[in-house]
Design a protein around this ligand. Sequence first.
Ligand code: SME
Length: 156
Amino acid sequence: MSESLFLIEGNKKEKYESLLPQIKALIGGEEDRIANLANIAAALKEAFDFFWVGFYLVKGEELVLGPFQGPIACTRIKKGKGVCGTAWQKNETIIVADVNDFPGHIACSSLSQSEIVIPLIINEKTWGVLDIDSDKINHFDEIDKHFLEELCSNIQ
Ligand code: SME
């Protein structure tokens, strides 16, 4: 297993295309879920310098904060609440171009301006979410959705 990332210059699509195989190799040799989530958060932060990137994990009727990179964050989110809880409830990716326009958005940081949340699904059941926040409005698009969903489909 390589313990450093090879990061290319390029557009967003090219960066994802280069990064994803490296992340797959990184997590492929390790069966511990928390270790893998920690490395994925670190790899995404290092490659894209997102404001906040991390995981919330389903525990009962709540999401509980998991491995992340960035400022401290709220620890528990109820099902159906905020962007994360809504992505869990709907079992689908949510892109929020401007967090001020999302009713019920949970502001862990006032600096967060836009957000994408991808559910982690195994056997049609969501067991967690990947949450990425940007300090820029309208940061995330269909390219992020495509590659991040592909990444999340590989997380066991
Ligand atoms: N904004 C999220 C909460 C988590 S923080 O962004 C890290 C939400 O509305 O669910």
